[in-house]
Design a binder for this molecule. Structure first.
Ligand code: ADP
Length: 190
């Protein structure tokens, strides 16, 4: 099973990704988590990534595409995966298509989690107080929302045209949203 989860900042992609991945028995691979894990490294690349994330911009495609391709080639990802936060622009869609074509593999479904932007900003500001993530401040949040609208939102029509898109309302209790996602996916994949 090869799945993608796409959605604006704060919609709960990371939380839901873990549940869905467990449900289908595949690893959840999050580019945001991989980049955050680099924070502890004191190298020029790690410093560059951290600076970019703190601004809310996207890490350059050549770095992101290489990191994802490397991760997808690891043994636990051979049988499938759920990608959370990748692809995030049309260039990354092409890079993923190429990586998959090389293996004769294809995406089974793309979950699009939705919520209104004002709900998301409120969630992120609340998360800032609890988790203290460096990119959960008002200025960076506004930038991440703009990047999502401009760079990531166009992906949805690409996957819709391919007949892969499964749209799910991301507003509600975690378990309730999780139930909606697995029900929608099971219906789609049946
Ligand atoms: P959110 O979706 O809530 O903004 P993520 O953890 O998915 O959080 O991503 C955090 C940051 O990591 C992004 O703002 C971006 O700087 C970087 N990042 C994550 N995934 C990608 C990607 N596919 N391409 C480029 N940058 C990425």
């Amino acid at each position: 099973m090869r799945l993608l989860i796409v959605g604006p900042p704060g919609v709960g992609k990371g939380t839901q990704a873990k549940g869905i991945a467990e449900h289908y028995g595949v690893p959840a691979i999050s580019t945001g988590d991989m980049f955050r894990a680099m924070k502890s490294a004191d190298t020029p690349l790690a410093r560059q990534v951290q600076q970019i994330m703190n601004s809310g911009a996207l890490v350059p495609d050549e770095i992101t595409d290489a990191i994802v391709a490397d991760r997808l080639s690891q043994p636990d990802a051979r049988g499938g995966w759920l990608l959370d936060g990748y692809p995030r622009n049309l260039g990354q869609v092409d890079a993923l298509d190429q990586a998959l074509a090389g293996e004769g593999a294809s995406i089974d479904a793309v979950v699009s989690l939705t919520a209104d932007e004002d709900v998301l900003v409120a969630r992120l500001l609340q998360r800032a107080e609890i988790e203290g993530r460096a990119d959960d401040n008002a200025e960076t949040i506004a930038n991440r929302m703009r990047v999502y609208r401009e760079a990531t939102d166009p992906l949805l029509s690409v996957y819709r045209d391919r007949g892969l898109l499964v749209e799910v309302d991301g507003v509600g209790e975690i378990a309730e949203v999780a139930g909606r996602i697995t029900a929608a996916l099971d219906a789609k994949l049946a």
